[in-house]
Design a protein around this ligand. Structure first.
Ligand SMILES: [Zn+2]
Length: 162
């Protein structure tokens, strides 16, 4: 390797310097002509690692703590019935467990009644299922959007077709 300034063969370790904005590899004698280049030569071509974006955590303080920000899952009748049958529990047993009348359980399982938050919590516990889900999107306020919203009856009908 030759010195890029004087052209003589470099003995020992070549020095990297910056001379008038140009990076040069020079001999130790010529190294005094410029500023020592402390940075690795190809550093500028190495892209810095992109910062890893913090994943959005749903467990953060933004998680709704309020019952009012929770929705009952659409398929709660199926979930209740399936879970109850899996355990081998009768509707009467379940009614006793959640301290409700049998007729309430019957209505819930056919989707004729939507459980309130308290009852939903009780059912979740009794059947070890999820009935409450964080409200994902704010309700569309304008009237135009409203007509596209499925009613609970529509959803049940749709699901029964398949
Ligand atoms: Zn030199």
């Amino acid at each position: 390797m030759n010195c890029e300034v004087c052209g003589s063969v470099i003995h020992g370790t070549p020095k990297r310097i910056v001379l008038e904005g140009t990076r040069l590899v020079v001999c130790s004698e010529c190294s005094i002509l410029g500023e020592p280049d402390l940075k690795p030569q190809f550093e500028s071509t190495v892209k810095p690692k992109p910062a890893i974006a913090q994943p959005i955590r749903f467990g953060s303080s933004k998680l709704p703590k309020d019952f009012e920000e929770l929705d009952i899952v659409e398929d709660f009748p199926e979930r209740i019935r399936d879970a109850r049958e899996k355990i081998g529990m009768t509707q009467k047993d379940l009614a006793k467990m959640v301290k409700e009348r049998l007729s309430i359980i019957q209505k819930l399982e056919v989707g004729k009644m939507v459980p309130d938050m308290r009852l939903a919590r009780m059912l979740e516990h009794a059947l070890k299922i999820k009935l409450l889900t964080p409200r994902s999107e704010p309700k569309v306020e304008d009237v135009e959007g409203a007509e596209y919203e499925l009613t609970l009856g529509d959803i049940i009908q749709y699901r029964r077709k398949d």
